[in-house]
Design a protein around this ligand. Structure first.
Ligand SMILES: C[S@@+](CC[C@H](N)C(=O)[O-])C[C@H]1O[C@@H](n2cnc3c(N)ncnc32)[C@H](O)[C@@H]1O
Length: 355
């Protein structure tokens, strides 16, 4: 891959970056609050003229002291400029205010990860999601998705959907180039992919396989779209060998699914899928691999998201390098027959067959 090969920073820039990192959790919380309190919007609206501290406090109806420390923190982070006691918007403030991806990522980090990450070291040493207790008492986050607090649940779904929503429309023509009659969506979550498949191809029959509690969301989506005669559900914990893996499908779809598991579990799941596949069946895997990203920022986002899996989700999975997953496929009696990078923007679609 073309980046992460050399250290291109000057020593001066590296020294400065180290201090930014030391205070990054504070700058993160401040930036969110500047956004959510309306301070960023008020300053943006003031244009080139800018606003004084007193004007910001008056417009947002917040105490002067609180606004003062927030503004000065944002100034240090680079969200604003300050001239003649007036704050104006800098480019960084503009993107925090207007880029939906900032809100999606920052809400996920705040509502799902932030408190739990305090216990990262315990997770790393013991291979357990030590921070999950800050959300609820489950073995993995997947067991508790349907019981998360409304705020954490909203942020989790917004995060998950933000990325797969971009990839699904681009993946549809690739999957339906040779239209499957029966498609199994493993880890189908709220049913978004199943609905898009049913709308894209009027013949295809879809089954969503997911954990029993999680299927409540899929059932709701199926009813809302009146697709009961085209989309079925199949409750399963794919890690439980006693629960039969569904058979007889032309295509099996796994989107942002295998990253929920450690490598040994991935191999176990893929072997089960391979055994359930007919000779000519196709397995499609849609994943955002960090080594296949168009730039370092996208790769870095995925590398950081891995720590959510370490500390919150299950203690053993991550956002993978493509070679990790391809190795698991090979060890499971499967081979990649086609690869498509930048599906949507960040995903790779692996089309696989039995060896
Ligand atoms: C990150 S979501 C991906 C959702 C969807 N496929 C997408 O691309 O947006 C992972 C899904 O896998 C399901 N899942 C996790 N562990 C599972 C297991 N052991 N058995 C079955 N489903 C599981 C979760 O409930 C969730 O719906």
């Amino acid at each position: 891959m073309k980046y992460f090969r050399e250290d291109s920073r000057t020593a001066h820039a590296a020294k400065a970056e180290a201090q930014r990192l030391a205070f990054a959790p504070i700058a993160f919380q401040t930036s969110r609050l500047l956004l959510n309190s309306g301070i960023l919007a008020a300053i943006r609206a003031s244009g080139r003229l800018g606003l004084t501290l007193e004007a910001v406090a008056a417009k947002t109806k917040l105490p002067r002291y609180g606004v003062k420390v927030l503004l000065e923190s944002g100034l240090g982070t680079g969200l604003f400029c300050l001239n003649d006691d007036r704050y104006t918007m800098a480019k960084l403030g503009h993107f925090i205010l207007n880029d939906p991806m900032f809100r999606v990522n920052a809400d996920f980090v705040h509502d799902v990860c932030f408190r739990g990450l305090y216990d990262l070291e315990k997770s790393v040493r013991n291979g357990i999601p030590a921070g999950l207790k800050t959300l609820g008492r489950w073995k993995t986050v997947y067991a508790g998705l349907s019981a998360l607090s409304p705020k954490a649940q909203q942020s989790w779904f917004n995060f998950d959907h933000h990325y797969s929503d971009r990839a699904f429309p681009a993946a549809l023509p690739l999957v339906f180039a040779l239209p499957p009659k029966k498609l199994l969506d493993v880890g189908g979550n709220t049913g978004k992919w199943a609905v898009q498949c049913a709308q894209y191809n009027p013949q295809v029959q879809i089954t969503i396989a997911d954990l029993p509690r999680q299927l409540t969301f899929a059932r709701k989506t199926i009813r809302q779209h009146k697709l009961q005669n085209r989309v079925a559900v199949y409750p399963i914990d794919v890690l439980a060998k006693s629960q039969p893996f569904p058979q007889g499908y032309d295509a099996i779809w796994m989107s942002q699914f295998l990253d929920c598991f450690g490598e040994e579990q991935i191999i176990a799941v893929l072997r089960r899928a391979a055994r359930a596949m007919k000779k000519d069946a196709t397995l499609y895997i849609l994943e955002p691999f960090w080594d296949r990203q168009a730039n370092e920022t996208a790769a870095n986002c995925l590398q950081q998201i891995s720590l959510y899996f370490t500390c919150i989700a299950n203690g053993s999975s991550q956002m993978y390098h493509s070679a990790d997953l391809i190795r698991c496929l090979t060890q499971s009696g499967l081979k990649v027959v086609e690869e498509h990078d930048h599906v949507g923007e960040y995903h790779t679609l692996l089309k696989c067959r039995k060896v």
